[in-house]
Design a protein around this ligand. Structure first.
Ligand code: PLP
Ligand code: ZN
Length: 386
C-alpha cells in the first residue's frame, strides 16, 4: 500500500503514483522483520523489510559499503567519528540503492522508459542501471550542469536533455509528462527511498551510533534513513533511534531555514548559490515531511558555508576518501555543532559520505598546493619538500 506522509491517504500499490493528491510525497507502509545473517547480498540479507523480492539480475552490486573510522577528525573534535563511504557504490553515490528498486518498480508496471530529474548523481545512476537492463533512460538535467557530469552520464547513452527553468518545478512537471509512458524515479519516489533504508541496516549491524549526519537536498535520503530506523525499532533490533542531523549548504537551505524559524512548511529558496550543487534543490519535495520528522524525533538541522564545506572536503581526504562537496557538508556541520556545544564529548557519530569527488562538482582548486618544474630540475624541485 502507498500512504501519504501528510494526510494518510492510501493508494493501491498497482497505481503508478508518486505524490499524493495533496502534493506531499508517498511512502510504502512500515515493515518489520529480522536481518538474515550470513547473506552477503543486501537484498537477501534485509529481504524481510521489503514487500517484494528484489530481482538480483537488475543489480550492479550496490550497498555493502565500508563504515570507516576517521581517527584524525575524531581526535580534533573529541568524538568517535565513522564515515559511511557511499562513494564505492557502482556509480559512486548512494543513489544506486534507490535506483535498483525504482527500476524494479518500472518493470513491474510494464513501463519501458526509465527517467529521472537530477543535478548529476541520479542521472548517472539511472543511466547505468537503464543501460544494463535494456531500458531507454530519459535524463533531465539543469542547463548549467558541469561538462564533467555530462561526460559521466552520456557514457551510458541515455536520452539526455538540459532543461532551462526552475529545477524545483521540473520535478513535478516530469511526473506530469511521464504519466504511464516514462517511470520517473525522482529524489522522493517511494521505491527509491525504500532502497536507502539499507544504509541504516548496514550501520546498525555494526553498532548503534548516537548521531547520524545526513547531507540533504530534496529530503529523500533523510526520509529513507528515518524509515529504516523506525522499522528497526519496530522490529526490536534497536531500542532508540539515534539523533538525526540534516546538513545543508548556507547558499541553499530551505529546510533548515523553516525548521529554525519554527515553520510548518518550507518556502522556495530564491537563488541557490553554493559549491555543493548536488544538494541545491530550491524547493525540496520532501521538505515538509523532513520538518515533521525532525520535530517528531527532535533532530537537528545545521547550515554550513562554502568555505567550511571545502575545508571539510580536504579533511575527509586526509582520512583517505575523496568525496564531493555536497557530501562534506556533514563534517562541516559536525564541526559547527561541536563548536556550539550541541553535541557532547566522546559520542559515536556516523556521517554519510554520499558521493565521490570524481563526480565533477566544484572541488578545491588550491594552486598553492601544486608545484611545477622542468624534467631536468626534478631533483632540485623535490629537495624543496624534504
Ligand atoms: C552527493 C549528494 N548528497 C546528498 C544528496 C541529498 O539527497 P536528497 O536529495 O535525497 O536529500 C544528494 C542528492 O542529490 C547528493 O547528490
Ligand atoms: Zn496527502
Amino acid at each position: 500500500m502507498l500512504e501519504c506522509e501528510a494526510c494518510g491517504e492510501q493508494y493501491e500499490p498497482e497505481q503508478n503514483i508518486q505524490l499524493c493528491e495533496c502534493g506531499e510525497p508517498l511512502r510504502l507502509e512500515y515493515f518489520h522483520g529480522d536481518i538474515k545473517e550470513g547473506k552477503r547480498d543486501v537484498w537477501s540479507r534485509y529481504g524481510e523489510f521489503f514487500p517484494f523480492e528484489v530481482d538480483e539480475k537488475l543489480s550492479l552490486g550496490e550497498g555493502n559499503t565500508p563504515l570507516l573510522k576517521a581517527p584524525s577528525i575524531s581526535k580534533k573534535l573529541d568524538v568517535n567519528l565513522y564515515l559511511k563511504n557511499e562513494t564505492v557504490n557502482p556509480t559512486w553515490s548512494f543513489k544506486d540503492r534507490g535506483t535498483i528498486l525504482s527500476l524494479q518498480r518500472a518493470v513491474g508496471l510494464r513501463i519501458k522508459k526509465f527517467g529521472t530529474v537530477s543535478t548529476g548523481n541520479m542521472a548517472t545512476s539511472v543511466s547505468a542501471y537503464g543501460a544494463r537492463n535494456g531500458m531507454t533512460s530519459i535524463v533531465l538535467v539543469p542547463a548549467n550542469i558541469s561538462d564533467k557530469k555530462i561526460e559521466q552520464i552520456s557514457t551510458y547513452g541515455p536520452v539526455l536533455i538540459k532543461v532551462t527553468g526552475d529545477y524545483g518545478d521540473l520535478y513535478y512537471e516530469s511526473l506530469e509528462v511521464g504519466k504511464d509512458e516514462i517511470y520517473f524515479t525522482n529524489s522522493n519516489s517511494p521505491f527509491r527511498i525504500e532502497g536507502y533504508k539499507t544504509i541504516v541496516f548496514e550501520i546498525c549491524e555494526e553498532f548503534i551510533p548516537d548521531y547520524v549526519i545526513i547531507p540533504m537536498s530534496s529530503g529523500g535520503l533523510f526520509r529513507g534513513l528515518t524509515k529504516g530506523f523506525k522499522e528497526l525499532k519496530k522490529s526490536g533490533i534497536i531500542d532508540e533511534i539515534p539523533t538525526l542531523i540534516s546538513a545543508q549548504a548556507e547558499g541553499c537551505s530551505p529546510i533548515c531555514e523553516a525548521y529554525q524559524s519554527g515553520e510548518e512548511e518550507i518556502e522556495r529558496w530564491s537563488e541557490p548559490d553554493t559549491v555543493a550543487s548536488a544538494i541545491s534543490n530550491p524547493f525540496p519535495p520532501g521538505g515538509n515531511d523532513v520538518l515533521r520528522k525532525l520535530k517528531e524525533h527532535v533532530g537537528m538541522c545545521e547550515r554550513v558555508s562554502d568555505k567550511a564545506i571545502i575545508n571539510a572536503q580536504n579533511e575527509i581526504a586526509q582520512e583517505g576518501i575523496f568525496c564531493q562537496p555536497s557530501s562534506a557538508v556533514g563534517i562541516a556541520a559536525l564541526k559547527n555543532l561541536r563548536r556550539k556545544n550541541k553535541i557532547e564529548d566522546g559520542v559515536d557519530v556516523v556521517s554519510i559520505i554520499t558521493g565521490a569527488g570524481l563526480k565533477g562538482e566544484m572541488v578545491s582548486d588550491d594552486e598553492q598546493a601544486i608545484s611545477r618544474c622542468d624534467l631536468e630540475d626534478l631533483k632540485t624541485c623535490l629537495t624543496r619538500f624534504f
